[in-house]
Design a protein around this ligand. Structure first.
Ligand code: 9MR
Length: 378
């Protein structure tokens, strides 16, 4: 080996050691704080809390959440199905635990979700003979639901996803049982009522594929129409179930700007990055869709390759650069879960795959993407 090559190797080794030391010191520094602290001046950093973590009082998971995040959303515990499986049966246990956990840790708590077409028992929409309820009867059930939930947590839940997923990707109204019975009145009434119950609450419309031009046009049109009518919508949630290639960042940015121009605050409410081969061209989040499992669409059962890990980190960095650029418009960025093992994307849209969409791995260790998001703020 010639001298200059030896010198080069020695200096590379030294640089490596320095980098390790720096990394160790940095890791210690972040151990005392968390992602939330690094983005304190920009926006809230949230996560969804799974029902399993609440039911098991999973102290490792809940401790990690309290250290890393300052906003929480219940992934499932407050949806109609779980919280009110039949009309006269309210199951408060998990939702109460969720709100207590957030209150104890002085976190910003998001109520998810008051009015959605999914996870709603048939008895809400149909009478005993299977006939759809008429407008008046259906609005009455909805009002009762919104009132009961919001009053229970009034003063402790400052922000609500009032209406979830009412608009299709092409901007048309979703033909849900709510819409079929009431037109758009259910949306207006839900927001008006929520505002009457808790005038201090921040009220949001939340949806997926919000970067798509058709959806953007539909949401903007709704915001305009409701503003004219005095319907109180204060915020818009872009769920953020994204893939590695889509949406294009320019489309995402255009949507953030377009919603903000309507005078509402922007929230990224359910961020995760699907790294697996897409089976349908675009990602979305219509929970009703399912595809058949095939080994060739599940390439990372034994772990992500280095290239895929790097690409995932890069995608997170690119997304957060956009969020930071628009931090004047964005109140909160919430990840849809904490660790890869608990993500809904292991089973959607293909059941039984191994996905890596979040910032913590299956052992709850921060992933490369996590450190890259910290790097962005150094
Ligand atoms: O992550 C949630 C999953 O555990 C549930 O089975 C599913 C149906 O309730 O909902 C998932 O969360 C959805 C969220 O509530 C609304 N936007 C789409 C999310 C992913 O489907």
């Amino acid at each position: 080996m010639n001298i200059s090559r030896r010198k080069l190797l020695a200096s590379t080794a030294l640089l490596g050691t320095l980098a390790q030391l720096k990394h160790a010191a940095f890791a210690k520094a972040v151990a005392d704080t968390g992602l939330k602290d690094h983005y304190q001046k920009d926006f809230l950093i949230g996560t969804a809390v799974s029902s399993a973590s609440l039911a098991e009082n999973d102290s490792k998971m809940l401790g990690l959440i309290a250290r890393e995040f300052n906003s929480i959303t219940a992934e499932n515990a407050m949806k109609w199905g779980p919280i009110r499986p039949t009309l006269d049966n309210w199951q408060w246990e998990l939702a109460d635990k969720f709100v207590d956990f957030g209150t104890r840790n002085k976190m910003h708590i998001v109520g998810h979700t008051l009015v959605w077409h999914s996870q709603v028992p048939d008895s809400v929409f149909f009478d005993e003979k299977g006939k759809p309820l008429n407008k008046k009867a259906l609005l009455k059930v909805m009002e009762e639901h919104v009132t009961t939930l919001m009053e229970r947590y009034k003063g402790r839940i400052p922000a609500w996803d009032v209406v979830n997923e009412a608009i299709e990707d092409d901007g048309q109204w979703r033909q849900s049982p709510w819409y079929k019975a009431t037109g758009t009145d259910y949306i207006a009434r839900a927001f008006q009522l929520a505002h009457e119950i808790d005038p201090k609450a921040h009220l949001m419309y939340n949806d997926y594929n919000m970067a798509m031009p058709g959806k953007r046009a539909g949401v903007v049109a709704m915001l305009k129409e409701f503003k004219k009518k005095g319907v109180p919508i204060h915020g818009v949630g872009l769920q953020g179930h994204v893939g590695m290639e889509h949406p294009e960042l320019a489309e995402l940015e255009a949507s953030i700007v377009a919603y903000a121009e309507q005078g509402v605050r922007v929230h990224i409410t359910e961020l995760d990055v699907d790294v697996l081969p897409s089976v349908w061209g675009i990602t979305g989040a219509d929970v009703a869709t399912r595809f058949q499992y095939r080994p060739e669409i599940d390439p990372y059962i034994n772990g992500l390759t280095a290239e895929a890990e790097e690409a995932l980190s890069e995608r997170y960095v690119a997304l957060f650069k956009i969020f930071l650029k628009h931090r004047d418009k964005i109140d909160r960025v919430t990840l849809w879960g904490v660790s890869d093992n608990l993500s809904w994307l292991n089973d959607f849209p293909v059941p039984g795959r191994t996905n890596y969409p979040l910032l913590f791995d299956r052992e709850l260790k921060p992933k490369a993407a996590y450190f890259r998001l910290l790097d962005l703020k150094r």
